[in-house]
Design a protein around this ligand. Structure first.
Ligand SMILES: [Zn+2]
Length: 407
């Protein structure tokens, strides 16, 4: 167990506070606390937030942009390019690339991560093995929750469904579907609900990536979540199609998502890279309607998704960067909107992935990040340095980067 810490005079909710940390938990938060018996860390006038939560990321297919030509007009899709590469993934190869993602994420303030792990006839269970090894090796540094994820669909062959069940039997707590990869999207969704019910696990869908309103599935997923009593236990990534619905239709669908208490994760960097490549009239951005979803009471989060692969060649697991991308693409520039963006990378994803004891409160787990900024708008605008990252009461990253200005 690490020594008790006292984080001094950081800005919590706009006020200077001391935060005492002991045995991995936040013991007390107050204007001034006695430093005796603690290792003191100065955070005077620096913004303190609970640790960032990466709720939708693909470490197993990260850092492979140098193995492929990437996307080009008329060329193969990102799915096709990556599927070809997956056949050659070994356990050690996945481990090395995924570890690099996680070390970068920690250095940028992430203390909990939910990762999709691909399971199919190409990679079988090799990525699961690599990621489970990382879960053990990074215990105490990063909490890693794994999703048994079917990126290639489940009805093209018979192996994937068996492998997914095997991964759930081995203890993976979430099952991940991708309806648009199968011709019959509803049959795909039904299989995932049936299997999740049988194993008592949560669901996480890659849903509605298309700009064709006829491909919409989130309303059906909401209906199933309610029918099966799985409210609060189902998460949807992407939801690009929402953006192209007529406003009245969209409002009705968003109300259903709220009624089913679905969690929505927006992945703006990937949408901006992948969408509307062949449209000669307009470049559809494909980012879901963050403002409308929030206004309707839907729990919305932001996440990184892909790292240096054909889906997002410049992807990087820094959630503060995603907050800036979302601010730009979703017209969220007022000070209150900028402040709310930080909830989309902290408390909201924590809720989406079911984290317990999370937050800046006495008794909560001591997972936090100290930013070189005074408020959320400055943190996002300046892409502030993460000065300290604390995980379960221990400093896991400290930045001392300085620039001398000669003017
Ligand atoms: Zn994804």
């Amino acid at each position: 167990m690490s020594a008790p810490l006292l984080l001094q005079q950081g800005l919590v909710g706009g006020r200077r506070q001391d935060i005492a940390i002991r045995d991995g938990r936040i013991e007390r938060i107050d204007a001034r606390l006695d430093p005796r018996g603690h290792e003191a860390l100065d955070a005077t006038d620096k913004l303190v937030l609970p640790g960032f939560v990466e709720s939708h990321i693909h470490p197993d297919k990260a850092f492979i942009a140098d193995r492929t030509e990437g996307l080009r007009a008329g060329g193969p899709s990102a799915q096709t390019l990556v599927a070809a590469l997956k056949k050659d993934f070994t356990v050690d190869d996945v481990y090395r690339r995924a570890r690099r993602v996680m070390e970068l994420a920690v250095r940028h303030g992430c203390t909990s991560m939910r990762a999709h792990v691909e399971i199919d006839s190409f990679v079988e269970l090799r990525a699961v093995e690599a990621l489970r090894r990382l879960q053990t090796d990074l215990a105490g540094v990063l909490d890693l929750q794994l999703i048994a994820f079917a990126q290639e669909g489940i009805f093209h062959e018979n192996l994937t469904r068996d492998l997914l069940r095997e991964a759930l039997k081995a203890g993976l707590p979430v099952l991940g579907g991708c309806p648009y990869m199968d011709r019959d999207q509803r049959a795909h969704i039904d299989w995932f609900f049936d299997t999740a019910e049988a194993f008592g696990v949560r669901l996480d869908f890659h849903a509605d990536s298309s700009e064709d309103p006829a491909m919409l599935t989130c309303d059906y997923i909401a209906e199933q979540a309610i029918a099966r009593g799985m409210q609060d236990r189902v998460t949807l990534g992407h939801l690009c199609t929402l953006d192209v619905l007529e406003p009245e239709h969209r409002a009705r669908v968003i109300d259903r998502l709220a009624a089913a208490r679905l969690h929505v994760i927006s992945l703006p960097a990937t949408e901006l890279h992948v969408k509307a490549r062949t449209d000669l009239r307009r470049t559809w951005r494909g980012v879901t309607r963050l403002g409308e979803l929030r206004a309707a009471g839907v729990n919305v989060a932001l996440s990184t998704n892909n790292i240096v692969n054909p889906f997002t060649p410049y992807g990087h697991p820094d959630l503060l960067r995603q907050a800036l991308v979302a601010a730009m693409v979703s017209h969220l520039g007022n000070l209150d909107q900028m402040a709310s963006l930080l909830e989309l990378i902290t408390v909201n994803p924590a809720r989406a992935i079911g984290l317990q004891g999370y937050g800046l409160a006495e008794g909560a787990r001591a997972d936090l990040v100290v930013l070189d900024a005074r408020d959320p708008a400055e943190a996002i605008t300046e892409q502030a340095e993460k000065l300290l990252v604390v995980k379960s009461g221990r400093v896991v990253a400290r930045s001392r980067r300085t620039t001398e200005l000669h003017i």
